[in-house]
Design a protein around this ligand. Structure first.
Ligand code: ADP
Length: 498
């Protein structure tokens, strides 16, 4: 079987492929462009400039001003025929224009007639210094078009001479038909080697960068794979460093978050198991002890012993029921009957049901069930929540104390506040009291609970999209539990108002 290529090898290969394709495309495009572009005019300019500077003006002028030539027309005739001759000899086209360089005065090819307009397009070409002829006239370069096609020219600006006006003398040739590539071919032998050398240097640099790049991508992935395996094998302390590009950082952050969650779930599970076994063992031990005493006839008061056995068995039963409830709630399997709920009415009825318990204990129970908008929820479950909070408050408030349950509208939802002035909760215990089996002081209460009540309460509240908070100023200072539940009615009202 062919071994699968590693990510690093694949990335490296794809970098190289990309580089080769880019180089190939650049080369092909360059060749194509070089082949179709016309040759640059510089060579033609230089050739024409050389011709312009080789014209024997002095001799022509001497001939035109020789004895016997009297009229300017005669002089001009001589000069122009000389130009015709030069044009023939050198195989170039010679034109003479006015000083403004817009009207033709003479054209050796007779294409443009004297007086005809010419449109010269100047070119800011500067002759290479070694080709320039110092101390000579100003050189002009450029192009023009006429009925015979495009022309390149090199010209001289002539100063007025003996009554003749200032003019410009142009030497013109059609542009080279040779392509840029042909023009470059002359240099090819000199160019190919450096081009190849720079391509090799480029390839080496790119390969080094590719190695660095692939490593920076592959290494975090390898670390991630190793950490995942370690966690799967039970080493929950594993975390990966958060570094590299943002995508890599967010993967590392997500992984670390997941590892944290797995670790805390694992810890919670271990705590839970330890708690369950401990909390089951205590009542079982006492059941076993008392029943043994009854059987042995060692119990001084068998009826009281039986009552204790009954009490412990009832507690075990309660615990099992609550555990099942909690497990179902946490698995999200418990069916919630959602209907419009009047939380004020539920609070009032819970208050009524618990008033006897409060009376027996000598605790004043004060219910202020102000009417609040309806919410969507499970009435029985929410009654369970309020029941639990109010009965806890009565349970943990000594006789003579006071418990108050009230409803109100707050933050786009409704709130139930259960407040007491009982034994209170130490600040460091506050964050933990919603944990399963958590009891602050197992012998604090007059009636031993299971430590599951508040865990169930929180699950129910969260299943309704709400939240529960607890506040206490400390031991002996009472406690306040606040349940907030979202109300669709209020949030639409708020939305409409804004
Ligand atoms: P339990 O069945 O023990 O009451 P809960 O989950 O209902 O379990 O409560 C957890 C712990 O929180 C209790 O053991 C108790 O110590 C503390 N607690 C709950 N409500 C109050 C309150 N109103 N005042 C003081 N302590 C409270």
């Amino acid at each position: 079987m062919i071994k699968k290529l590693s990510l690093r090898a694949r990335l490296f290969a794809s970098y190289l492929l990309l580089l080769s394709v880019a180089l190939g495309v650049i080369t092909a495009a360059l060749l194509l462009i070089l082949n179709t572009r016309p040759a640059p005019p510089q060579q033609t300019y230089q050739r024409l400039a050389t011709i312009a500077q080789s014209v024997p003006f002095r001799e022509i002028l001497a001939e035109a001003t020789a004895d016997g030539v009297t009229t300017p027309a005669e002089r001009q005739q001589i000069v122009l025929s000389e130009f015709d001759q030069v044009a023939d000899e050198l195989g170039v086209r010679i034109l003479l224009t006015d000083a403004g360089r817009s009207t033709v005065l003479f054209d050796s090819s007779d294409t443009l007639q004297p007086g005809q307009a010419i449109d010269l397009r100047g070119d800011a070409y500067a002759m290479p210094a070694n080709r320039r002829y110092p101390g000579r006239m100003e050189l002009l370069f450029g192009s023009f078009s006429d009925s015979t096609g495009d022309w390149l020219f090199a010209g001289l600006a002539l100063q007025p001479v003996r009554g003749a006006p200032a003019t410009a003398l142009l030497f013109a040739d059609p542009p080279e038909s040779q392509s840029l590539q042909q023009a470059l071919a002359e240099f090819s032998s000199a160019l190919v080697l450096p081009l190849c050398q720079s391509a090799i240097v480029g390839l080496i640099v790119a390969s080094v960068l590719a190695v660095v790049g692939t490593r920076s991508i592959a290494r975090p992935l390898q670390q991630l794979a190793k950490a995942s395996t370690d966690i799967a094998e039970g080493d929950y302390d594993q975390r990966v460093p958060v570094s590299g590009p943002p995508e890599m950082e967010s993967v590392a952050n997500a992984f670390n978050y997941m590892a944290e969650q797995v670790q805390s779930t694992q810890r919670a599970q271990q705590d839970f198991l330890a708690n369950v076994s401990h909390d089951l063992k205590t009542p079982l031990t006492s059941i076993q002890g008392y029943s043994q005493a009854i059987m042995d006839g060692a119990a001084q008061n068998p009826v009281q012993a039986a009552a204790i056995i009954y009490e412990e068995a009832a507690r075990l039963n309660r615990m099992v029921l609550e555990l099942t409830d909690l497990a179902r709630l946490q698995a999200g399997r418990l069916s919630m009957q959602t209907s419009p709920i009047d939380i004020g009415r539920i609070t009032a009825s819970v208050g009524q049901r618990l008033s006897i318990m409060a009376q027996e204990k000598g605790v004043a129970l004060d219910v202020d069930a102000a009417p609040v908008p309806e919410i969507a929820g499970d009435g029985d479950r929410l009654a369970q929540v309020i029941m639990n909070l109010v009965s806890n408050a009565i349970k943990y408030t000594p006789g003579g104390g006071r418990v108050r349950a009230a409803t109100r509208v707050n933050d786009g939802g409704v709130e139930v506040v259960v407040q007491d002035n009982g034994i209170g909760i130490p600040p460091d215990e506050l964050p933990r009291i919603f944990e399963r089996f958590y009891q602050i002081d197992k012998v604090r209460g007059p009636e031993r609970g299971t430590g599951l009540g508040l865990a169930i309460v929180r699950e129910i509240v969260q299943a309704h999209g709400g939240r529960i908070n607890v506040a206490s100023a400390g031991t002996g200072k009472g406690a306040t539990f606040t349940v907030w539940l979202p109300s669709p009615q209020i949030s639409t009202l708020v939305r409409r108002r804004t």
